[in-house]
Design a protein around this ligand. Structure first.
Ligand code: LLP
Length: 424
C-alpha cells in the first residue's frame, strides 16, 4: 500500500497535490512519501517478528537520499552499503556505525580502512583474498573486524539476468562447496572475527522458492562449519523480495517471507540479518513528469514526456515496467507509446500501453520509482540531474536539488593548449 492517491480528481502524495510540487520544483522530479516508507519499514519488521531479534540493514543502493535514510534510521534500520560513498551517507544520516554492513564484491583497501576507522558492524566478505586483506589491514591498526562470508549457493533466482546474483557463474560470494574450508582458514587469521555467513541471490524475486532453496543450503553450511569446530553467530539473508510494478502483480508478501524464514531458520541459533531495498522504498516513490507533446506514430501516438532514461534507467536497462498515470485523469484511456526526449530508441518507457489520455502540458507519474530510480540517474544528453522531494503529511521539502547541466559543465576544464590562439 502506498500514499499516492487521487483526491478531488488530482493525484496527491499524502496530503500534497502533485500539481503544487510541479509548480514549485518543476519536472521531472522524484517524490517520496514518508508515511509509505515508515509503513513499509514497520510491515517488514513485523513480518520478521517470528524470527527473534533480527537486524535489518536497508540496502541503501536502492535509495541513498539522506532524508530517506534518516526516516529509516529513525525506524531502527541499519544500512547495507557497498562503497565508501554509501558508508559516508549512512553515517551522515545518523545510522549507527555498528548497524552498518559493508557488502560489495570489490571493496578497495582504502574503503576497508575507512570502514574500520568508522567502526562499522560487519564486513560481508566476497572472497578469501578479500578476507586476508581485511585481516591484515585490521591487524595493522590493532583492530579486529567482524566478518561474514558471502556464499554463492548456485540457485537461480528466476529474475532478470542482470539482477541475478546467486548462480555459480555470477561474480558474487564464494562457492558454497568451498565455503566451509575458506571460513576455517579465515577464522584462523588475526584481525578477523569470522562470525557469520551471508547470502543474496538477486533482486525483484517473484517467488519464495529460490530464496528457500538458498537458505536451506546456508543452513547446511552453518552445520558443516560448526561440525568442523567453527563458530557462527550471525546469518545475513540479504534482500531480494519483489514488489508489484503492474496492476494485479502479486509477489510474495513480507508476512509470507517472514513465515518461510522462521520455518527454515528455527534451529540455526544465530542472529538473523536482512538487507531489504526495493520492498521498503520501491512503492514509496514516484517520478513526476510533464508531457512535452504528443506526436503521431506508425501504430500508436508517441507521448513524449520530460523524464527520460537518464532519470529512470530501469526500463532501458531491464525492460522494466513502470505504471504510468495522469495526475488529473479525466477517465478516458488510449493506447500510446511513452518515450523520453533522449536520442536513443532505448529511451522508451512503454510501447503500446493502455493508459490515461494525456496531452501536451499534462502532468503524469511513473509509479514504483522509489527504489533504483534517482540513485541510478545520470546527466546523459547533458540533461539536469533530477531532483527529489520528500512529502510528510501536508508538508514537503526538496531533499535533493536539481543539479543543472551548466553546473556539471562548470566542473569540466579545457586544457590550456586547446584554448583559442595557443597553438597558433
Ligand atoms: N543485498 C545485496 C548484497 C544486494 O546486492 C542487493 C541488491 C540488496 C541487498 C537489495 O536487494 P533488493 O531488496 O532491493 O532486491 N538496479 C536493479 C536492482 C539491483 C539490485 C542490486 N543488489 C533494478 O533496478 O532492478
Amino acid at each position: 500500500m502506498d500514499h499516492f492517491r487521487l483526491k478531488n480528481g488530482v493525484l496527491h502524495a499524502e496530503g500534497v497535490s502533485l500539481c503544487e510540487i510541479a509548480d514549485a520544483v518543476g519536472t521531472p522530479v522524484y517524490i517520496y512519501s514518508c508515511a509509505t516508507l515508515r509503513r513499509h519499514a514497520r510491515v517488514f519488521r513485523e513480518a520478521l517478528s517470528p524470527c527473534g531479534d533480527v537486524h535489518i540493514a536497508f540496502a541503501i543502493k536502492a535509495n541513498p537520499n539522506l532524508a530517506v535514510l534518516k526516516v529509516l534510521a529513525s525506524e531502527g534500520y541499519g544500512a547495507d552499503v557497498v562503497s565508501g560513498g554509501e558508508m559516508e551517507r549512512a553515517l551522515r544520516a545518523g545510522v549507527a556505525a555498528d548497524g552498518i554492513v559493508f557488502s560489495g564484491v570489490g571493496k578497495t583497501g582504502d574503503e576497508m580502512a575507512r570502514a574500520l576507522d568508522a567502526g562499522i558492524g560487519q564486513f560481508n566478505l566476497e572472497s578469501e583474498e578479500e578476507g586476508v586483506e581485511l585481516a591484515a589491514t585490521a591487524s595493522s591498526k590493532g583492530m579486529t573486524a567482524n566478518a561474514a562470508l558471502r556464499v554463492n549457493p548456485d540457485v537461480d533466482a528466476g529474475t532478470h539476468g542482470k539482477i541475478s546474483t546467486g548462480k555459480a557463474e555470477n561474480k558474487f560470494g564464494v562457492s558454497i562447496h568451498q565455503a566451509a574450508a575458506i571460513y576455517a582458514r579465515l577464522s584462523a587469521l588475526n584481525g578477523l572475527n569470522m562470525h557469520g555467513v551471508a547470502v543474496h541471490i538477486g533482486s525483484q524475486l517473484g517467488s519464495l522458492d529460490p530464496l528457500e532453496a538458498a537458505f536451506v543450503r546456508l543452513g547446511d553450511l552453518i552445520a558443516e562449519i560448526r561440525a568442523a569446530g567453527g563458530t557462527v553467530t550471525h546469518a545475513d539473508l540479504g534482500g531480494g523480495l519483489g514488489v508489484p510494478y503492474r496492476p494485479g502483480e502479486n509477489p510474495p508478501s513480507p508476512a509470507e517471507y517472514g513465515a518461510m524464514v522462521a520455518r527454515i531458520t528455527k534451529d540455526w541459533n544465530v542472529q538473523l540479518m536482512f538487507e531489504p531495498g526495493r520492498v521498503i522504498a520501491g512503492n514509496a516513490g514516484v517520478l513526476l513528469t510533464k508531457v512535452i507533446r504528443v506526436k503521431p506514430g506508425a501504430n500508436h501516438p508517441f507521448v513524449i514526456v520530460d523524464a527520460a532514461m537518464n532519470d529512470l534507467a530501469r526500463p532501458a536497462l531491464y525492460e522494466a515496467y513502470h505504471d504510468f498515470a495522469a495526475v488529473q485523469p479525466d477517465g478516458a484511456c488510449f493506447t500510446a507509446n511513452i518515450v523520453g526526449p533522449v536520442c536513443e530508441t532505448g529511451d522508451t518507457f512503454a510501447m503500446g500501453r493502455e493508459t490515461d489520455v494525456v496531452q501536451a502540458g499534462d502532468l503524469a507519474i511513473f509509479r514504483t520509482a522509489g527504489a533504483y530510480g534517482a540513485t541510478m540517474a545520470s546527466t546523459y544528453n547533458s540533461r539536469d540531474l533530477v531532483p527529489e522531494v520528500l512529502v510528510d503529511g501536508d508538508r514537503y521539502a526538496v531533499v535533493a536539488d536539481r543539479i543543472m547541466a551548466s553546473t556539471v559543465a562548470d566542473a569540466e576544464r579545457v586544457p590550456e593548449w586547446l584554448l583559442d590562439g595557443d597553438d597558433a
